[in-house]
Design a protein around this ligand. Structure first.
Ligand code: B12
Length: 448
């Protein structure tokens, strides 16, 4: 699902199925499985924001309503704290009730296609359909979906779209209430008061990652000691054979599960044959020049980066890293692309680095700033580890900035542990770059 109420995709999926029973062969299985399995709407994360989070209840309702009008049969609704942490029981209940209210109180699901016949909706569906057909042609020209995924094409398209959208939000062209318009201010101001800001905070689910890890290790130990390890070895061998092109891989994996192979062992067996996929770490260049409508703000930051370079002999250098099992890389890519457009020299680390690996890369690249993008709640352990590794390796002056899904309650502790600045969901990239530059010059005295 997206944010635009009139362009939810379910309707389009049905249209494509209805009008194209002979859809291109590489996509045929997708259509057939959609027909069999029903259409499902999952929000793409562009809806809920961490600022003034109760607004997210309204956003999710409108999004869900649009999906139902669009003919979805299966629906996920986000919790109001989606951009803050894992949901609490309270927020999960509201998310579930949003669906129940639509289903049982409104009568809306009793009508098959309430938008059918509306000139605007039919025209929009036509337009979406022809754009979808263009994409399908592009995929087919690539040689099919698997090949295009392998070449990184869909990922690149998503990244380009995300970067452009972020620039539109940052410039205020796309309105997000509470983020770029009608904000809750820190102090009494033209919007709302500090008291309102405190009231708008929600209780957050805190997960103790250390104890989760040790519980998991214990479970793993007990599984490994209570199973038949000969059966495990032969099940893993069967996966290797199937992965090399012999048998049915899914069947081999189900069998491996039955004899209690772990997920890690199953995927490692496939990795033995296929190797490990490395996601591309390219940047989307030029977005903040092209899409950002407030050219003067961009020029101001570019001026600051130029003067930094004049004074120090090199551009401000940033390394963006992702730590541990956190595969959410859209924010990291947007920051890397945006800061690069704004005159920074940017490196991006590969996904799934350990704190020690990221620290080594930061020291070897001699960066001014390490930017950690954390969305999987491991910041309380991995970030201090990274900082102490860097300090131990001689990077005493390095600046650490952290972004992503980080609850406000953790800010004070992280700052004590050496994080200089924290930027949550909804961060304006141009403002963030300016703050980081000012911090380097005024606090760290890098270019004085
Ligand atoms: C999209 C998404 C996914 C996609 C990720 C696709 C991808 N390649 O990135 C998919 C579907 C794969 C996914 C999977 C999972 N997800 Co997810 N996901 C999201 C979602 C909805 C949006 C994230 C996003 O892309 N936002 C858009 C980007 C542009 O925003 P952003 O990253 O916040 O970046 C902005 C700022 O934060 C800041 N920023 C970010 N990084 C940095 C770095 C620096 C240096 C700076 C200055 C600024 C900065 O600037 C950016 C621009 O404003 C979030 C919820 C949310 N709304 O945040 C959950 C969320 C992050 N996911 C979550 C979970 C639990 C998972 C799974 C574990 C689910 C599961 N059980 O399988 C898996 C884990 C996969 C993995 N290996 O990591 C949880 C994490 C819980 C927590 N932190 O406590 C969240 C918060 C949802 C929730 N509330 O439960 N997810």
């Amino acid at each position: 699902m997206g944010w635009n109420t009139f362009t939810v995709r379910s309707r389009l999926v049905w249209r494509l199925i209805r009008l194209h029973p002979d859809a291109p062969s590489s996509l045929e299985s997708v259509w057939i499985s959609t027909l069999r399995s029903r259409s499902f709407e999952l929000p793409d994360g562009s809806g809920p924001v961490s600022e003034d989070p109760y607004n997210n209840v309204v956003r999710t309702t409108v999004e869900a309503l649009a999906a139902v009008f669009g003919g979805t049969q299966s629906l996920h609704t986000n919790a109001l704290d989606e951009a803050i942490a894992l949901p609490t029981n309270f927020s999960a209940r509201i998310a579930r009730n949003t669906q129940l209210i639509l289903q049982q109180e409104t009568g809306i699901p009793n009508v098959a296609d309430p938008w059918g016949g509306s000139y605007m909706m039919e025209a929009l569906t036509d337009e979406l359909e022809s754009r979808a057909q263009m994409l399908i042609r592009e995929v087919n020209e690539f040689g099919g979906m698997s090949k295009s995924i392998y070449e990184g094409w869909p990922k690149r398209r998503i990244e380009e779209f995300s970067a452009r959208r972020q620039a539109r939000i940052d410039s205020g062209e796309e309105v997000v209430i509470g983020v770029n318009k009608h904000k809750v201010q820190d102090q009494d101001g033209k919007d709302d008061s500090r008291e309102d800001k405190l009231k708008s905070r929600v209780p957050v689910r805190i997960v103790d990652t250390r104890s989760v890890r040790s519980e998991q290790m214990e479970k793993l130990k007990s599984v490994r000691s209570s199973r038949n390890n000969d059966q495990v070895a032969s099940a893993l061998e069967r996966i290797r054979l199937a992965a090399s092109g012999g048998d049915n891989l899914l069947e081999a994996c189900v069998h491996a599960g039955e004899v209690r192979c772990t997920l890690g062992e199953i995927s490692s067996a496939m990795e033995d044959v296929w190797g490990r996929h490395r996601a591309s770490t390219g940047l989307v260049g030029g977005v903040y020049g092209r899409e950002y409508s407030h050219g003067d703000e961009v020029s101001k930051v570019l001026e600051l980066t130029r003067s930094f370079e004049t004074r120090t002999g090199r551009r401000p250098r940033l390394l963006v890293v992702k730590l541990g099992q956190d595969g959410h890389d859209r924010g990291a890519k947007i920051i890397a692309s945006g800061f690069s457009d704004l005159g920074f020299d940017v490196d991006i680390g590969p996904l799934f680095q350990t704190p020690a690996e990221a620290a080594r890369q930061a020291l070897e690249s001699d960066v001014h700033v390490v930017g950690i993008s954390s969305l999987a709640a491991a910041h309380r352990t991995s970030v201090p580890e990274l900082i102490s590794e860097v300090r131990r390796g001689g990077g005493e002056d390095m600046t650490f900035i952290l972004g992503g899904v980080v609850p406000e309650d953790d800010f004070a502790q992280l700052k004590k542990q050496g994080v200089d600045m924290i930027f949550g969901p909804g961060t304006n990239v141009v403002n963030a770059a300016e703050k980081v530059l000012r911090h380097l010059v005024e606090v760290k005295q890098v270019a004085r």
